[in-house]
Design a protein around this ligand. Structure first.
Ligand code: ADP
Length: 377
């Protein structure tokens, strides 16, 4: 147990003047995402992106103020940018996040999303392995298993959830700032694809991406949900790592094809989530084998079974295998994912079995998920 709390952090920060010398960081509502893990503290200060470099001394001042709190061992302060109107993408994006006044944080973790029981990430080491297809079908399978499910498309650069769910149009706002999620096949969904025109070039800098993700997480009327599935952007770079840190994840599902290369990438995915102490719920092998639609012969074109062996070797659960199947691709392209299109079919049964394993893993047998821990280097 830390000898200090969120209030003692806020109290120190209320002595730090705002970016223009007037007011203080707390009363200006610029402090958010306070995370406390043992003696380690992390928080964000919202600033104008154009002034980020100029405001570096402010960041240091805030860090020093918190470091002076008895019991604090290390402090990480992040300057996050508010989106400014003007650019094409920013103009169409939802309003900037409300600053302080976050929902109550769990004692040691980052704040959850009120009314959302568990948030899980679906991730892959590289693109093209069927991560989004798997995320969408797993979300629908969790819903078919009786859970209230949402799907957040965190792939800001290449959002595919609108297409996969056959959704178009723009989300409505509930009260002028909270967005109502779109709905398809009984699940709620939110994607940057709903908020910007398809032709809008997505050249976003890191802080903008984080801000967009924060909004899609916290400024959307998700509740009540049992599970929010986050379709992560492919890869394991800094952007993905930051995202994994930004979202209070109950766990991560890694999608991989059986090919060696993809498995090597999957290992990077595992390492990334381990670095931020997010539990790995397991690996799904996608495009695992091919059944000829004409003769029924099964071919292991990518060397089936690689993910299962790899999972065993790495000591993570193997959640199941999805075949390479024309119907899965065709239904995805048509915006009617196979779990919705063929609720009694064999592939739906497979996705539902995987969903059952995931639900069991997040409830951890106790129904209580441990708060995520953040490692501050
Ligand atoms: P990622 O999100 O990893 O980039 P996608 O989900 O967009 O991958 O899938 C890439 C392509 O592969 C899509 O055309 C999709 O329809 C197809 N696909 C994904 N999984 C399967 C599968 N199990 N069988 C057949 N096609 C698949």
């Amino acid at each position: 147990m830390a000898s200090f709390d969120r209030e003692s952090i806020l109290s120190r920060l209320s002595n730090v003047p705002g970016p223009d010398g007037a007011g203080d960081l707390v009363s200006l509502g610029l402090v958010s995402d306070i995370l406390i893990n043992g003696g380690k503290v992390m928080f964000s200060i919202t600033v104008d992106a154009a002034r980020a470099r100029e405001l570096e001394p402010l960041r240091e001042q805030a860090a020093a103020a918190v470091r002076a709190v008895p019991g604090v061992e290390s402090v990480l302060v992040i300057l996050t940018a508010e989106k400014k109107g003007g650019s094409a993408s920013a103009a169409a994006a939802p309003p900037p996040p409300r600053s302080t006044a976050r929902p109550a944080a769990s004692a040691s973790g980052k704040p959850g999303v009120p009314g959302v029981e568990a948030i899980i990430a679906v991730a892959s080491g590289k693109g093209g392995v069927g991560k989004s297809t798997t995320a969408v079908n797993l979300a629908l399978a969790l819903a078919a298993n009786g859970l209230k499910v949402g799907l957040l498309d965190a792939d800001i650069y290449g959002p595919s959830v609108p297409r996969l769910l056959g959704l178009s149009g723009k989300p409505q706002t509930v009260d002028g700032r909270t967005l109502k999620p779109m709905e398809a096949y009984g699940i709620k969904a939110m994607s940057m694809g709903f908020l910007v025109e398809e032709e809008t070039p997505m050249i976003w800098r890191g802080p903008m991406v984080m801000s967009a993700l924060t909004q899609m997480l916290r400024e959307v009327a998700w509740a009540p949900l049992d599970v929010l599935v986050v379709d992560m952007p492919p890869g394991t770079g800094d952007a993905q790592l930051t995202m994994a840190q930004q979202v209070p994840l109950a766990g991560a599902v890694i999608v991989s094809t059986p090919q060696d290369l993809a498995l090597i990438d999957a290992r990077k995915g595992l390492a990334m989530f381990r670095k931020v102490d997010v539990p790995i719920l397991g690996i799904v092998e996608n495009m695992s084998y091919f059944v000829c639609p004409h003769c029924g012969t099964r071919s292991d074109i990518f060397g089936h079974g690689g993910a299962r062996h790899e999972a065993e070797r790495l000591g993570v659960s193997f959640l199941g295998e999805i075949p390479l199947e024309l119907a899965i691709r065709e239904t995805s392209d048509a915006g009617t994912p196979i779990v919705a299109a063929d609720p009694n079919g064999p592939h739906t049964a497979t996705y539902r079995a995987i969903a059952t394993r995931i639900a069991a893993a997040i409830s951890g047998g106790t129904g209580v998920r441990p708060p995520p821990r953040i490692v501050i280097e």
